[in-house]
Every structure is written in C-alpha cells, then in structure tokens.
Design a protein around this ligand. Structure first.
Ligand code: SF4
Length: 358
C-alpha cells in the first residue's frame, strides 16, 4: 500500500491528493488507523463510493465532519472524465472514451448479453506488446494506468447505464500482467464485498502470456479467472501475432499454464483469434486439439474483426466451419465468440485512442 501517515497528511498541505479509488479495503483501513480513526470507517467510505455512487466526501453523512474534511483535503474520488460515448446500432454495445488527468485517453466497452452485463476495462494507455492485429498495440506504450484509473471506468459506466455491470474482463487497452500490481488491486476492489461485490469467477484477467506474472498469480492464489491469448499454434505464428512470444515462448507458456491449472485447480480459457489464411487451416485446428488436450481448459474462438489499422482479414465462414468441425471432438469446451460493437470499433483488437492523434 502507499505509505501514508497521519503526520504527513496533516502537515503536508501541498501534497498531491491521493486517488482513493486506488485503495483496497485493507489499504484504506490502514490509512484510517494511521489517522487515528476506527478501521470500520473504511467500510462506510467504500459503501458511499461503490454502493451509493457518491462522488463527494462532503455527502458522506455518517462520517464525522473532521474526517470528511481530512478526506477532502487529501483525496480525490474521480480521476477520469467521460469525453464521448458511442452506442452500436447492431447490439447496443457502448464504447466510452475517457480523458485522464494528464490528457491521455483510454476506451472501455460496456456489453449486454441477456442478464449478463460485461465491462471490458483498459489497464494501459497503448500497449508495449505491439501485437500487429491489435489497434492498441500500434500506439506503443504511453503509460500504465493507476489502480484508481482502472476502477473509475466501472464507477462512471455503472452510473451512466441502467443495467449494472455483472462481469469484468481485463481485455481492453493494455496487457494487464505488465501492469500486474495495479490490475490485481483493481480486481480486488471490483470483488470486495463492501466494494463492487462482483464475484471473483465473474472477473477475467487476460494475458498474452507473460510467464513470470502467470507464476506469480498462481503462487499468490488469486481466484479471478485467467485467460490466455493463444492465437497461434507454433513459433512462426505466435512470433508474428504476439511479439512477446520471442521472450516467453509457447512451450514455456504452456508449462506455466499447466502449473496454474494444477496448483489452482481451476480451468483456464484460451482465446484464439481466427485470421483468414493465417491460423485457420485444418492442420492448425489439429494442432490445437493435440496441444490443449491435457490442459483443463475452454477454448474461445474469436473470428478476427477487420479494422482500418491492420492488414489481417476476417476468416471466411467456410474456414471457420472447417476449423470447428475438426475441433468438434476435442476433450475441452469450445465457444465461438463474436465480438460486440464492430460498427463502433469496440470489438476485440479495435480499441485505439484516435483522439490521441489530435
Ligand atoms: S492484443 Fe493485448 S497484448 Fe497485444 S497489443 Fe493489444 S492490448 Fe497489447
């Protein structure tokens, strides 16, 4: 947690205000203890922010005036500004564009599917992995988001939409496992009973295969769902589609995933973006079947969404069906996930802060 003491809160009036959304409930209890307050005040503050959607410390009526003033002087609640939102005419998906305090921009996507309402959050401005099929990768890494900037995406969108968010996927802009500490903290806040109260199994963290982070995640015992972007079945395909494969090669990645499934007892989800005439052959499907047969997993096949930023093409229906037919008898579950919001560039791999270019 951020080291923070009563002493420097009171005397350092010039100190930059802290983003309270960046504090897990345990962090906040510690801060309040340092302030000479009872730790249960943290639950009250969490309830005001996450359950009652209150944006001002002054409105937190069951908290003493003294503490409200201290909070006001030293913390901010909101750190994002909604710049724009677009709604898909095809499936009502909504894409939000947010401005950060330093002027950078990020996007988040709100998707409805019956009773399930999923938020796709961003963890970085741009991304260093530079996958060539992904518009975010083209931006390179501008900077990592703070925990508060990740959490604030949910608060603003929940406040703006009529149906509350039930599921979170860390699949927006950025590689969450290269912003590990802030992403995990944000997931903890989404999950906290006095916070957003979203069950751990409804929070999915997706990585392109950052092996040391997968091992750390496993050893720390987190219960959030883990998804791995597979996207290729051999070194050639993965080196092209996910440049970090050169650093974290496929065979070692699969070993790390096996370590995770064995130690956690959880199934993993593999994501496979199907690209026309690149990774959609009969041999590719056979190789996936062989490669994943001993791993407790689910495979999500995502037909590629074309966009103006990248040269790849969507698979033909014929190739998609051929691919599925070969996988039909695989010993793991397979789903085809059609990305939402393609008409507003909200689909998988399409997030890109075009406004950054202005
Ligand atoms: S696909 Fe994910 S890891 Fe790859 S560049 Fe895009 S955001 Fe980064």
């Amino acid at each position: 947690m951020n080291s923070f003491s009563f002493h420097n809160i009171v005397i350092n009036s010039d100190m930059k205000k802290q983003q309270i959304l960046g504090y897990t409930i345990d962090d906040l209890k510690q801060v309040l203890k340092d302030l000479g307050e009872k730790p249960f005040r943290a639950e009250q503050i969490y309830t005001w922010i996450y359950k009652n959607n209150v944006h001002s410390f002054s409105d937190m009526q069951n908290i003493s005036k003294h503490l409200r003033n201290l909070l006001n002087d030293n913390f901010t609640i909101s750190c994002l500004k909604e710049e724009k939102k677009d709604q898909s005419k095809i499936d009502k998906t909504v894409k939000y564009l947010f401005k950060l305090d330093d002027g950078n921009l990020i996007e988040s996507v709100y998707m409805r599917d019956g009773n399930r309402v999923t938020l796709c959050v961003s963890t970085m401005v741009g991304c260093p992995v530079k996958c060539p099929y992904c518009a975010t990768g083209l931006m390179g890494l501008q900077r990592k988001l703070t925990t508060a900037e990740i959490v604030n995406q949910l608060l603003i969108i929940n406040n703006s939409e009529s149906k509350p968010i039930t599921n979170i996927v860390f699949m927006g802009m950025g590689e969450p496992f290269l912003n590990y500490a802030n992403s995990i903290k944000a997931a903890q806040i989404f999950n906290a009973p006095s916070g957003c109260e979203i069950s751990a199994r409804k929070i999915t963290i997706s990585t392109c295969g950052i092996i040391p982070a997968i091992i750390k995640y496993t050893d720390e015992g987190w219960k959030f769902k883990l998804a791995i972007s597979l996207n290729g079945v051999n070194k050639f395909q993965r080196d092209i589609l996910i440049p970090y494969n050169k650093k974290y090669p496929l065979e070692k990645l699969l070993d790390a995933v096996k370590y995770y499934t064995k130690k956690s007892g959880q199934r993993v989800t593999f994501e496979y973006i199907l690209i026309n005439d690149f990774n959609d052959s009969i041999d590719d499907a056979k190789e996936i079947r062989k490669m994943l047969r001993s791993i407790p997993c689910k495979l999500n096949i995502i037909p590629f969404n074309e966009n103006s930023h990248v040269p790849f093409k969507a698979p033909s229906e014929k190739n998609l069906n051929r691919f599925l037919k070969i996988l039909y008898k695989a010993p793991f579950a397979i789903t085809v996930r059609r990305s939402k919001g393609p008409d507003i560039a909200a689909a998988c791999g399409q997030l890109f802060s075009e406004y950054n270019k202005k």
